[in-house]
Design a protein around this ligand. Structure first.
Ligand code: PLP
Length: 400
């Protein structure tokens, strides 16, 4: 197929649900992506948050290669050692509980919502309502797009799912406290909002929510789909705070590029889901569990948490320098290697110009450049990325 054939086949045969950029990539290795002409790119947004260990990490490759010739899929009414090992690995790195495996972040959140409702149904006055925040993102299924609360993702798909209170102001505890009722079963929160523009939850906000949840017998559910697996410098984002959640959800980087999602709930809540109540045909298949074990191995063996913390300080110092230099930058914020550069202008051209210079980044919420390099990124790669953004911002006009 020529490049034009590929573009044509997409427009003829694939639903236009994605805003696409005219680049065809065929190979990835670590921090690099290669296009069909062999041009090399530095990838500072690998897989929309999937690439915490970079492209095609050797630990993931060897785990998948080993498994693919033995058994690809196994129904969930049998046992497999890889699923057992992965469940134990997730629990050992977070808190005592039990997991349910799905194939995506939205499905992990669906499972969390269903478990919360099943748990809430046992109260004398049944509780079912879930509270979420302004600029949240929890997925695209009907329940999770309802939880997401953003009109732009909901328009045309009404009626939405009942039982959600959405768009509470982020980092505003008193607003949350007055929204809670005796029907509220849980609070669903990202400790760093990713899609919503890299907004970091404050310590006091998170610990107040924890206290309120304890008081009112509500569940604190942390959506770690983007913040999980080392992204914030800790294995899970909530570990930057002085709290323990009742549930977390994972996906994106968990499978090193393969589709896997996971919902972990505290032991006393987990057994609410009894045989037959929830299921997934593909969830936690041998291959994806092996891949995820490869991801844990890569993060731990290559000391990626330490590197994330070190490179985070370096990256944010560099970005602050950039911000002092460019009027087009309004604010720099983030945690670990989850960085947002809020501009005074639309970020679309900046992203396009960066690609022309061989740097892949993202823009979310129209104006926030999002950088989420692999956790083993080096100083030199950060220098290269920052220099490129510097050069591009010099070229964009800002009449502010
Ligand atoms: C991407 C994302 C999701 C949805 O994950 P999918 O795998 O695309 O369904 C949910 N929550 C957060 C915080 C995300 O970043």
């Amino acid at each position: 197929m020529t490049k034009q054939d590929i573009f044509d086949a997409y427009s003829d045969y694939i639903m236009p649900t994605y805003t696409k950029m005219p680049h065809i990539f065929v190979k990835g290795k670590g921090m690099r992506l290669y296009d069909i002409d062999g041009k090399e790119y530095l990838d500072f947004f690998p897989g929309w948050g999937v690439g915490n260990v970079g492209h095609c990490h050797s630990s993931v490759l060897s785990a998948v290669r080993d498994q693919v010739g033995k058994l690809i899929h196994l129904p969930n009414n049998y046992y497999h050692p890889a699923q057992a090992k992965l469940a134990r690995e997730i629990v050992r790195n977070s808190f005592d509980g039990k997991v349910f495996f799905s194939n995506s972040g939205a499905e992990a959140n669906e499972a969390a919502i269903k478990l919360a409702r099943a748990y809430g149904s046992k109260f004398d006055t049944p509780k079912y309502e879930i509270i979420t925040f302004e600029n949240a993102f929890h997925g695209r299924t009907l329940a999770t797009v309802t939880a997401t609360g953003q009109r732009k993702y909901q328009k045309g798909f009404e009626p939405l799912v009942e039982g959600f209170k959405t768009n509470l102001p982020f980092n505003d505890f008193s607003a949350l406290a007055s929204a809670v009722s005796d029907k509220t079963v849980g609070v669903l929160l990202e400790v760093v909002q990713g899609e919503g523009g890299i907004n970091v939850a404050e310590n006091g906000f998170v610990s107040s929510i924890r206290r309120l949840c304890d008081e009112k017998k509500m569940l604190l559910i942390i959506d770690e789909v983007q913040t999980g697996l080392g992204r914030t410098g800790k294995m899970f984002g909530y570990q930057n705070y002085d709290i323990k959640p009742d549930m977390i959800t994972l996906a994106k980087s968990l499978g090193g590029g393969l589709p896997i999602g996971c919902m972990l709930a505290k032991r006393e809540i987990a057994d609410t889901l009894q045989p037959g109540m929830h299921a997934s045909t593909f969830g936690g298949s041998p291959i994806v569990c092996k891949a995820a074990l490869g991801v844990f191995k890569a993060i731990i063996k290559d000391k990626m948490l330490g590197n994330t913390q070190k490179m985070s300080s370096y990256l944010f110092a560099e970005l602050k320098g950039l911000s002092a230099k460019h009027k087009s930058i309004k604010e720099v914020r983030g945690l670990g290697l989850m960085a947002g550069i809020e501009l005074n202008i639309n970020g679309k051209t900046v992203v396009e110009e960066c690609i022309k210079h061989g740097l892949l980044i993202n823009c979310t919420h129209d104006r926030v450049l999002r950088l989420m390099p692999a956790l083993n990124v080096t100083k030199r790669q950060i220098d290269l990325a920052v220099r490129t953004i510097d050069k591009v911002l010099q070229g964009v006009s800002y009449a502010g």
